[in-house]
Ligand binder design. Structure first.
Ligand SMILES: Nc1nc2c([nH]c(=O)n2[C@@H]2O[C@H](COP(=O)(O)OP(=O)(O)OP(=O)(O)O)[C@@H](O)[C@H]2O)c(=O)[nH]1
Length: 133
């Protein structure tokens, strides 16, 4: 019998460049919160270690390499529902390669004040507020 998850773990990264700007991307149209901006990342698959899932998601979405050891836990947000979503945010200050929107998404580097001006997905806005603090 297949078990229906009561909650889903999502991981995301606040990736900083050498100027202290953070990379954000736009969620694809047609998806939940389509068009809103988010920290890159995605769902942790069954049996996957969260940091490894985040490295995989960022490689799939942006074509860049992150070192799992460089990911620092930073903040989390929750959204109640069926299933509930738990979103863990890590910071990272280095990456390998040049980012590209491999899923056709817009992305950019923003200072924290500029990031706050974007139309952010609700949990990403709460995570940004924690990051600023
Ligand atoms: N980033 C973000 N995700 C959210 C928020 N609220 C919310 O329910 N989610 C959900 O958290 C999950 C994020 O995983 P994801 O980035 O892999 O999402 P996705 O739409 O590409 O999912 P998919 O892999 O099923 O196509 C999605 O199910 C998304 O709908 C939010 O405020 N921010």
């Amino acid at each position: 019998m297949q078990k229906i998850p009561t909650w889903i773990l999502v991981v995301a990264v606040a990736l900083f460049d050498e100027n202290g700007r953070v990379l954000l991307q736009q969620r694809p149209a047609g998806k939940h919160h389509g068009g809103l901006w988010e920290f890159p990342g995605g769902k942790v698959e069954s049996g996957e270690i969260p940091q490894v899932a985040l490295v995989r998601e960022v490689a799939e979405e942006l074509g860049i390499g992150l070192d799992p050891a460089a990911l620092e836990p930073c903040a989390f947000a929750e959204e109640m529902g069926c299933p509930a979503i738990v979103l863990n945010l890590y910071t990272c200050r280095s990456h390998a390669g040049e980012p590209a929107g491999l899923e056709g998404q817009q992305f950019g580097w923003f200072d924290l004040a500029g990031a706050a001006q974007l139309a952010l997905a609700p949990m990403d806005r709460r995570l940004l507020q924690q990051l600023v603090r």
